[in-house]
Design a protein around this ligand. Structure first.
Ligand code: GAL
Length: 713
């Protein structure tokens, strides 16, 4: 009797803590997207905050996917420690993702713990965008829907479930090489370890290939972001302590010198208190904010305001948010409980009334990550043990804070039917629809390039900002990367003068400009003009992101998943469908470029290259390192200095190698009216040496005027 009672108790305990796969439920969440649910799911998951609906129409148009394993072979265990998910992995698979990883690209064989942080210590997974999501070159994606700190073992663990006759003796030799060549390439599984969870949801995205798996993820998240068209121009952030008069002067500098600029960003001192924030104009520096905003608007500038979400005791938001904040402060400011809609609404309404209604076009949502070792100072942010009134804990709040902050601010613009392009320093899963570019205080150029590629596996937008430099060469190469990225941003928050006039921080701030300042300025003008020429093409790439889920910037392996040479290629990427970029960094005078199958043209020389091979290129500082795919009609606009509501882009179509058709997306560029069909698809057709423009759609006032056709080959 006693024994059977013990058995019953043991069974009860077992059932409580070990939910085996038998108890899992598999449901269809959307076309090609399945969800495995096991145990008691957490309340505060990334998906629980996704307010966008899956784009079911586009999802069902994607080719049907097939997993390379049986979905029932994904095993989920819930035990005293938390949840363990095992996903099959074959020997040849390559894995990408885990958010905005800074130090690694192909994640196969690595241990990754995507945790939100501003400093990627030892490349263990610290990142500004800690998504618990990866994709395989076998054409599927896996998302563990959790905001708990999760560790992934990407095919680098071996289980002790073999009997001795099966066990491999790897210690077979006597040489030093043999001693350390433990080459049992562990396979079998990706393992996700989620301590503290009592259950889990796992989303499985089916794809016909890597790209369609990524498209499914983005479409399931509501489709990719379509930033306001002016956001694709140039953004310049002024020195943190500039006053109204100094910003005015900087604006005049851009226009007088014909250097393109669409957005000016104000840094901390526009407010009465910044660390933490008051969200109140500092009238000693900006005596007439309304007039200032208007005069900037009249000169064609959009204004973006720096802030973070930690609310100063000096802020009018302090009192209303006091009972809706965490139990720890940051820089003496409240941490709003953004998991509670009431708290986000208070924050949003204040921002709408005080800034957005007055004409502020966007915000830089800073420091919503976390820091163990900040640059120059100590650790900051709220501790993981924090508690919030909604019930979310500090760990989960950290992982979600940037996501919820974006949702709060973006919601204002969406409600007002005004588009924007924001900056943010942390994000998470299901953020594809947010037009917010991530940035970092880190400053290694090769890492910045790698993150352009990794953003494509994360449903995020990455902005490799330019600040000071060691050499003009470094500065020009960084500027080239910025021009060939989702946001062209000069972040001069500690520079008195534009960095092209003086690359050295100290001299810049003393007003000692370089002897060749005007030459460098002229070179930068050329690069930025190219950026302006590219806007219609880029805008179309973003429309493809929005409507089809195709990341506008992505690794070559996404377009060429069968080509082994692309598996670890982390310094070349596709922009849209037809441009391949291969940026150079400071130490390079030349670089090797791999061109995948097909024929390619060097944009600068029009030289033709056969794909499937490596070449060496030596572009100058003003030659952008890009290749155009044969069969492309590349529409380039005559550069404008900024994009006004009535800007018409005059376009030249460059025809490369047997091209027949390309498309452009045309709408007002600033409202969400495209969601109700107010847009055109323009087909640019090339047939028998003649170009033709065919517009389909309901948008009446044309933005694009095709002026010329030019055959390259
Ligand atoms: C940092 C941010 C910088 C700049 C600075 C101003 O956190 O990353 O870009 O805005 O704050 O204090």
């Amino acid at each position: 009797m006693k024994r059977s009672l013990t058995c019953i108790i043991a069974l009860f305990v077992f059932c409580q803590f070990v939910v085996l796969n038998a108890h899992s439920q598999i449901t269809q969440s959307a076309p090609g997207v399945k969800k495995i649910s096991v145990g008691i799911a957490d309340k505060f998951t990334p998906y629980s905050f996704c307010s966008e609906l899956p784009v079911n129409g586009a999802l069902s148009e994607l080719p049907a996917g097939k997993l390379p394993f049986d979905i029932n072979d994904i095993k989920v265990n819930v035990n005293n420690r938390g949840v363990i998910v095992e996903i099959p992995l074959d020997d040849t698979e390559q894995l990408y993702g885990f958010g905005m990883q800074i130090g690694s690209f192909n994640q196969r064989g690595l241990k990754k713990r995507p945790v939100v942080n501003d400093n990627p210590l030892n490349d263990l997974g610290y990142t500004h965008g800690p998504t618990t999501f990866y994709v395989s070159n076998k054409g599927y994606g896996i998302l563990i829907n959790t905001s708990r700190y999760t560790t992934f073992y990407c095919g680098n663990t071996e289980k002790n479930n073999k009997n001795i006759s099966e066990a491999k003796d790897t210690n077979g030799g006597n040489s030093v090489e043999e001693l350390y060549s433990n080459n049992t390439r562990a396979s079998g599984h990706v393992i996700a370890d989620i301590p503290g969870a009592k259950g889990i949801e796992v989303f499985v995205f089916e794809g016909a290939d890597l790209k369609t798996a990524m498209q499914r993820y983005n479409l399931f998240s509501g489709g990719g972001a379509l930033p306001a068209i002016w956001g694709l121009g140039v953004k310049y952030r002024v020195k943190a302590d500039f006053n109204q008069y100094q910003v005015d002067k900087m604006a005049a500098y851009f226009r007088d010198n014909h250097i393109p600029c669409d957005v000016l960003g104000l840094e901390p001192r526009w407010q009465t208190a910044s660390y933490s924030c008051s969200y109140v104009w500092n009238k000693s520096f900006f005596p007439t904010p309304d007039k200032f905003i208007d005069s900037m608007k009249n000169k064609g500038f959009h204004l973006n305001l720096w802030e973070h979400a930690f609310v100063s005791p000096k802020s009018p938001l302090y009192q209303p948010l006091q009972s809706k904040a965490g139990n720890y402060l940051v820089w003496n400011g409240l941490v709003p409980d953004f998991a509670d809609t009431a708290a986000s609404n208070i924050f949003a309404n204040y921002h709408q009334q005080t800034f957005v209604n007055e004409g502020i076009s966007g915000f830089k949502m800073d420091e919503c990550d976390n820091s163990n070792i900040a640059f120059g100072s100590g650790a900051w942010s709220f501790p993981e043990l924090s508690q919030f009134p909604s019930g979310i804990d500090g760990e989960q709040m950290h992982q979600l804070f940037g996501l919820l902050y974006q949702k709060t601010i973006y919601g204002i613009y969406k409600k007002l039917n005004r588009r924007t392009y924001l900056d943010v320093r942390a994000s998470n899963a299901f953020a594809s629809s947010y037009p917010a570019a991530l940035y970092s205080d880190t400053y290694l150029h090769d890492e910045y390039i790698r993150m352009i590629l990794n953003s494509g596996f994360a449903g995020m937008i990455w902005s490799p900002e330019v600040r000071e430099s060691n050499s003009v060469k470094d500065f020009m190469r960084r500027s080239q990367t910025a021009v060939l990225s989702a946001q062209t941003l000069y972040n001069s928050w500690y520079l008195q003068n534009p960095p092209w006039l003086q690359i050295n921080k100290e001299k810049n701030n003393k007003g000692e400009l370089m002897d060749n300042a005007k030459e460098v300025e002229a070179d930068i003008r050329k690069l930025l003009n190219f950026r302006m020429s590219l806007i219609p093409y880029l805008y179309n790439a973003f429309a493809d992101y929005h409507f089809k889920g195709i990341p506008p910037f992505r690794a070559l392996v996404m377009d060429y998943p069968q080509d082994k040479n692309t598996f670890n290629l982390s310094d070349e990427y596709m922009i849209g469908n037809d441009i391949l970029a291969a940026p150079l960094t400071e130490k390079m005078d030349e670089r090797k470029v791999y061109l995948p199958e097909g024929t390619w043209y060097d944009y600068n020389t029009n030289q033709k290259y056969d794909g499937g091979k490596y070449y060496t290129i030596k572009p100058s500082f003003t030659q952008l390192p890009i290749f155009i795919k044969a069969g492309t009609i590349l529409p380039l606009a005559k550069p404008v200095e900024f994009v006004a509501p009535d800007t018409k882009f005059e376009i030249t179509c460059y025809v490369y190698g047997n091209a027949t058709k390309t498309t452009l997306f045309e709408d007002d560029g600033v409202t969400f009216n495209y969601e109700n069909g107010a847009y055109n698809t323009i087909n640019l057709l090339w047939n028998k040496n003649k170009g033709e423009v065919k517009r389909n759609g309901k948008f009446k006032s044309y933005r694009y005027i095709v002026k010329r056709w030019q055959v390259i080959d």
